[in-house]
Ligand binder design. Structure first.
Ligand code: ARG
Length: 472
């Protein structure tokens, strides 16, 4: 039997029950529902709706229910539509009808679910950010180890200029730093309590939304009760942050797939992070990198699906909003798995420095250095560019090495030819943020400092989460 049985005369049709039930997925919100209920009970005590004895009794009962969830002893009943009704039903069973029936005073599932979901997002997104940081750590570690190893940098998937391997790895690291920032800003924005909005219009009881907000570690309470129960912007933002992070992981996955081919031969995966083929005995497949690439489709789908659900909804709560949870919970769990697998993949992959450097040592990769050498001698860049392009074309058409042509050229000679020697071009990328050694060591320093700052930000948010998780 449902908790709202009074108004509806018959039992719910089976097809309706199975269609509308959200318990299979919203039970993930149990810790948040219990935290929200504790704050609500204390709030009702503060305004005198509950006596001190009733508050103590309900808080003890909520602690018992929390214990049941923690130990797996909690048993759901057939009438439990969602986690909110399941918790209320069990509290009433344990505490007795007289006090249990007071738990939902001044509260609706509409403000309750919005509160629970914000609490869930807060702790889950902080969790995703810390998984990103583990991947950043792996990248920084590999960048440090890579020292002066270089490989071709590509544009249009064509070899363009040599870059340090560390520089390439850190490029992904900085994109991930923006992902961490986006998640933390999203958490900051969603850190607002909807509790006290009631079903949609607030309450005739003297509820104190500020008090419950503070109890839950929220920065403040809603400004508008309709908005409080109708808003799922924060879910869309979380899904966007995860979708974009997923796109970044996808890019990294695609590169690793390419790098591990025989054609590139830039890396070999550790056996623990590779898979075999069921038919072809010789195969070692890059499934982790491929799935890191493939999951992006799912994350983008989740974001798109939710936006479409939200777009036609009038104020305020509509049951459509229940569709927010599955994509969100799935996105968080899948991105967490992807981040952990990629962190391990990066930590253990063997980079083949010789293959990388050989690919980058093709003399044409230093062509722009020749042009810039001429610029330093006063030749206008456009003229220098065309002169060097002519030499490259000649070398291809006449099957002569570029180095020989450069040596023979009166404006270039030996000094010019030296620029084409292996490892020289990358060492000349000296500008801040550039791909050469000095700039990259400075970058690595800045990156490590950034990781330190972000760790502190994460620690502060994890600390704010305490009131939510502490049972009192
Ligand atoms: N399971 C519902 C959801 O996720 C909880 C809120 C139900 N509210 C209601 N008025 N039926 O949205």
């Amino acid at each position: 039997m449902t908790l709202w049985k009074g108004r509806i005369s018959t039992e719910m049709a089976e097809a309706v029950a199975t269609f509308t039930v959200s318990l299979p997925f919203d039970q993930a919100l149990a810790p948040d529902d219990l935290a929200g209920s504790r704050a609500h009970v204390k709030g009702l005590g503060k305004i005198g709706i509950l006596t001190d004895g009733e508050v103590a009794h309900l808080l003890d009962t909520l602690a018992l229910v929390e214990e049941e969830f923690a130990t797996g002893a909690f048993v759901f009943a057939p009438g439990d539509e969602d986690i909110h009704t399941a918790v209320e039903r069990r509290v009433t069973e344990l505490a007795g009808d007289a006090v249990g029936a007071k738990l939902h005073t001044g509260r609706s599932r509409n403000d309750q679910v919005a509160t629970d979901l914000r609490l869930w997002c807060r702790r889950s997104l902080v969790g995703v950010a810390s998984e990103i940081m583990a991947l950043q750590d792996a990248l920084a570690q590999r960048a440090r180890e890579a020292a002066d190893v270089y490989l071709p940098g590509y544009t249009h998937m064509q070899r363009a200029q040599p870059v340090l391997l560390a520089h390439h790895l850190l490029a992904h690291g900085w994109a991930l730093a923006r992902d961490v920032d986006r998640l933390l800003v999203t958490v900051d924005r969603l850190n607002i309590s909807p509790l006290g909005a009631g079903a949609l219009a607030g309450s005739s009881l003297p509820l104190d939304p500020d008090f419950v907000a503070a109890e839950l570690g929220f920065h403040g309470h809603f400004e508008n009760s309709l908005d409080a129960v109708a808003d799922r912007d924060f879910v869309a933002e979380a899904l966007f942050d995860i979708a974009l992070l997923g796109v970044h992981l996808s890019r990294m996955g695609e590169e690793l797939v390419l790098w591990s081919t025989e054609e590139f031969g830039f890396c070999t995966f550790d056996d623990a992070y590779a898979t075999g083929s069921s038919m072809l005995p010789q195969k070692k497949n890059p499934d982790v990198a491929e799935l890191a690439r493939g999951k992006a489709g799912r994350f983008i789908g989740h974001l798109t699906g939710l936006l479409v659900t939200l777009k036609g909804l009038p104020l305020s709560y509509n049951r459509d909003l229940q569709e927010d949870k599955e994509p969100l919970i799935d996105a968080v769990s899948q991105i967490t798995l992807a981040l952990r697998a990629l962190s391990g993949l990066f930590a253990t992959v063997e980079f083949h420095h010789d293959r990388m450097q050989a690919a980058a040592d093709g003399s044409a990769a230093a062509a722009v250095d020749l042009a810039e050498y001429l610029v330093e001698k006063g030749v206008p860049f456009r003229k220098a560019h065309s002169l060097v392009a002519g030499l490259v074309r000649d070398s291809i058409e006449r099957h002569v090495t570029l180095s020989e042509l450069v040596q023979a050229h009166p404006d270039l000679g030996d000094e010019g030819a030296k620029l084409l020697e292996p490892g020289v071009a990358v060492s000349r990328r000296t500008t801040p943020g550039g791909a050469g050694s000095a700039a990259v060591s400075e970058q690595l320093e800045r990156f490590s400092r950034r990781l330190g700052v972000d760790r502190t930000r994460l620690g502060v948010l994890a600390g704010e989460e305490q009131p939510n998780l502490a049972s009192s």
